[in-house]
Structures are given as C-alpha cells and as structure tokens.
Ligand binder design. Structure first.
Ligand code: AHR
Length: 501
C-alpha cells in the first residue's frame, strides 16, 4: 500500500486563505439560472421571490463568499437595461452563445442581487466590453451604487432605494475569445478606456477585475501587467484583480470525454490535466511578481472546473454533466493549488454553480428533485479554510505521471482558524490503491475532533435523483494516534478532512 508522511508546520506563520477562493459562478446558460436556481414566482416548488428554497438552503451550507454573474460569454452580449423594470415589459432575447434559446430577462439586476442576499454572498458582476460601451458599463455601476441622481431614482422606482454598493466588477470576460477576439494589446487599451468610466460612489469602492489569460498564455498576462496596470495620472493600480480561466477538459474540444463512465486512464487524465493548474498559476505568478512585487493585484481564477461531454439526450449547448468522486478529487486538488498560492490567488469561482459543468447541485427539469454532487461535499469539507491562516504541509508522497504530465499521489493543505482549531484536507489521487498516511503536527499537541472522507467502492458512481447520496462524505474510521503522530488510511480516489483542536 502506498504511504505518505505529512507534517503540518503548525508553529510557523502563514498567509490568510481568502474565503473568496471558494466562490461560484452563475451564467445565463442552460439550466443554471432558469429552471435551476430560478423557478419563478408562480412555481409550485417552494421558493422565495422566485429563487428555489431547497437549493438556496443547500448552497448556504457552503458559506458561498461570492457569486459571479451574468456570464461568461453571455456577459459580453448582455444589455443590463433589458433586465430591469416590470418583468412583463422586458425584451425577449436570443441567448446566442448557449443553445439559441429565448431569455425573457425574468432574472435581471434586482433579482440577482436578491439571490445574493438570500445566499448571504457578495455579488461579482461581469460588465460587457465585447459588444457594450463604456457608457453602458458606467450607467450600470451608477444604477447599482449611486446614492442620488436619475439612475438612483430609477432604481428606487424599480423597488430598491438604497444603493447596493457592489464592489466586485469584472471588466469583460474572455476578451481573447467570445468577448471580442481581441489581442492583448487591443484589450489592454480597451481596458484603460473602460476602467476610466468605472466610477466609485461614496462608500462604494470598486475592485476591478481585468480580463486575464486563458490557461498558460503568459504573454497576455505580460501585456496586461505592462500596459494596463499603471495609468498616466495615478500611482494606484488600474485593476485590483486579473482573471484566469482554465478548465480540465479531457479529450478534444470536439470530442470531450464523458463524465461517467471512465476507465483508469480516464481517471488519470483528469488528475494530470487538473494538476496542470499548479504550473499555470506559477507561470502567471512569476510574471505578476515582476511588475507587482508587493502582490497588490490578485490572480482571480474566476472560471475553473471539469468540462466533459454533455449528458446524452440533453441540449449540448446547455453543458449539463453528471459527476463522480473523480470530480470531487479534482476539486480538492485544484483548491489545494489555490491555497498553496493564496498569497496571489485570492479569488476563484467554480464553473458553474447548478446544472452546468462541474456544478455543486443538479435539479430535475421543471422544478423537480434536487441532488447534491460529490463536488458539493468537497466544497463543504474545505469550507473550514475560509479566512483561516494557511499552515505549510510537507508531503513526501510520490508523483504519478500520465501523458507526460505529473500529479501527486497525495495532496494536502492545512489551516488554523481563529479558534485555534486546525483543519487538514487531503486527497488520494490513485484510483486503484489506498494510501496509508502518517501525520505529524510540528509545534502543537492536538487531538482529533472530527474526521470525514468522501469515497466510493465504484469510482464511476454518480449521485442520481433516485439515489441522491450514493457518494457522500462519511466519518473516516480507523484514525489512530500514537507518539509518531496520527495514522489513517485513505481509500482509492478519496477526499478527506480532519479537524484537530
Ligand atoms: O463556463 C462556460 C463558458 O466557458 C463561459 O461562458 C466562458 O467564459 C468560458 O469559455
């Protein structure tokens, strides 16, 4: 049985793991918003002002820090004025990117911000650069954040007197692709133009996220840091965050692998492509460090996750996919990368929250049953890290290799919370062999308070509407403590969290 020795350096200082690493993303895509989160005010399924209550309750358990909206590619096609005012008068638009379906704009700014209030999370709004104008973006920010003036009055007439004071604004999305097919030089200029009109109102400072690279495109990062970070008049950076998008997509764009079933090679390709995130983040960090040694600008990984073929029988433009424990381990590996780089990576958004790509929940069409996915469990196991202080973890586990890419057999992260409790999160990426783990905590005497594991004997098992909790976190049995440390065994393909106090 493979062995791993872990040491948590519990007596050393470490940076804060921003809770915003555990953010989510809701796009007007497939059944994410409509017939997912949003069931409408006349729905039979219980809801609060149109937002599905059981889903909101399940998401609240994850302590979601921020929710990105309305896209994605949709954002650069979106006219915010379509989504305000009486619903019956809102225009019906074709969602050109995602299935060509009609979006009746039932969900607009007010509804989305109501959802954020129900979830208790911060809104993160993506403004339109690709097909929009600086004036449109300026007006949207003013509508949301200004205390007075015509736009504030219009907002009040639409039911909201107080400004929302939205802090997080993305200035465009994937402007190298669906957001305008721009070169980095062209976008850098556009960014400079747009950001000048992203105005701040009293008590409403902005955190501006510029469109960043796709995957390992360090040239995009270089150009943005060189040409758009510093303005002519002020010393302050012109953006506080630079986005990065990377999806784990086994197969090719035209021929993606299925979410399930898969064989051992399929498992390994997801681990290997997932761990590539580490090299990608390192590459962008190195460029950002050269221009911003103090680390003022955050790397914002506002789209990440597994992208498989759409489930047979579903609209391919809706990106609906099932999940297995493979996705849960991928999520753990990826979150470990973010935590290990949390000095620079301070925001991240899993794509997407419900019914699209690596969702944490799936719903039956027509407001039917709800099922939580194995990724929901990973997010729940990791929630203890939110705003905790990172502790370094030494791990002597070997690396595996697949198609020329390496990934660790065992990957672990740890943090200490304000109440001094320590959480270790650890995954076994080997699909066939259990891992025997010995953990030492240097500098602390602790006892195990809780140990939970997400694992299943058949790795291709999915949570379905008939068997909603087939793959779910359970107590991890057999944890032993002696003078050498804490000993436990991780089943093949598993994610675990242990809490010590
Ligand atoms: O998340 C699905 C799509 O992936 C988003 O709309 C886009 O930004 C990315 O290409």
């Amino acid at each position: 049985m493979p062995r791993a020795n872990l040491t948590i350096r519990a007596n050393e200082p470490g940076p804060t793991i921003s809770r915003h690493l555990f953010g989510h993303f809701a796009e007007h895509l497939g059944r994410c918003i409509y017939d997912g989160l949003w069931v409408g005010e006349n729905a039979r399924v219980p809801h609060v002002r149109g937002w599905r209550s059981d889903l909101v309750a399940a998401l609240r358990r994850l302590r979601i820090p921020n929710l990105r909206w309305p896209g994605g590619c949709f954002a650069d096609d979106y006219a915010w004025r379509d989504g305000i005012g009486p619903r019956e008068r809102r225009p019906r638009r074709i969602n050109a990117h995602w299935g060509g379906v009609v979006d009746d704009n039932a969900v607009g700014t007010h509804e989305f911000l109501d959802l954020c209030a129900q979830l208790g999370c911060e809104p993160y709004v993506a403004a339109n650069v690709g097909s929009g104008s600086p004036r449109e973006m300026r007006d949207w920010i003013e509508y949301c954040n200004a205390p007075a003036g015509s736009l504030a009055e219009e907002r009040a007439a639409n039911g909201r007197r107080e400004p929302w004071k939205i802090r997080l604004w993305g200035i465009g999305n994937e402007n190298w692709g669906c957001g305008g097919h721009m070169t980095p030089e062209y976008y850098a200029n556009e960014y400079r133009r747009f950001t000048g009109y992203a105005r701040e109102f009293p008590d409403a400072p902005l955190f501006r996220v510029a469109c960043g690279p796709a995957g390992d495109d360090v040239r995009w990062t270089e150009v943005m840091m060189r040409d758009a970070l510093k303005g002519p008049f002020h010393a302050a950076p012109m953006f506080q965050g630079l986005s990065l998008h990377y999806y784990t997509m086994p197969g090719t764009w035209e021929n993606k692998h299925a979410a399930s079933p898969f064989d051992e090679n399929g498992w390994k390709s997801v681990m290997a492509l997932g761990w590539k995130m580490d090299a990608i983040v390192r590459g962008h960090r190195a460029v950002m460090d050269r221009y911003d040694a103090a680390g003022a600008v955050a790397l914002v990984v506002d789209e990440w996750g597994a992208w498989f073929a759409a489930e047979p029988g579903t609209n391919p433009g809706f990106l609906y996919q099932q999940q297995t424990v493979r996705d849960a381990v991928l999520a753990a590996l990826t979150l470990n990368v973010f935590i290990n780089h949390c000095e620079r990576v301070r925001f991240a958004n899993l794509a997407q929250i419900v019914n699209v790509l690596q969702a944490v929940a799936l719903t039956e069409p027509g407001g039917g049953r709800l099922v939580l996915t194995p990724t929901w469990d990973t997010l729940e196991l990791y929630s203890a890290h939110q705003d905790a202080r990172r502790l370094a973890v030494d791990c002597d586990a070997a690396f595996a290799s697949h198609d020329g890419l390496e990934f660790p057999h065992v990957s672990a992260t740890a943090s200490v919370a304000a109440d001094e409790s320590i959480t270790l999160t650890v995954c076994n990426t080997d699909p066939a062999a259990a891992a025997d783990v010995t953990l030492a905590l240097a500098g602390r005497n602790v006892s195990v308070r809780e140990a939970r594991v997400l694992a299943t004997p058949v790795l291709t098992t999915c949570n379905t509407f008939d068997h909603p909790r087939a793959v779910t976190a359970r107590p991890l049995d057999g944890v032993k403590t002696d003078a050498a440390g804490v000993h436990f065994t991780l089943p093949p393909g598993a994610v675990a969290a242990l809490r010590f106090s």
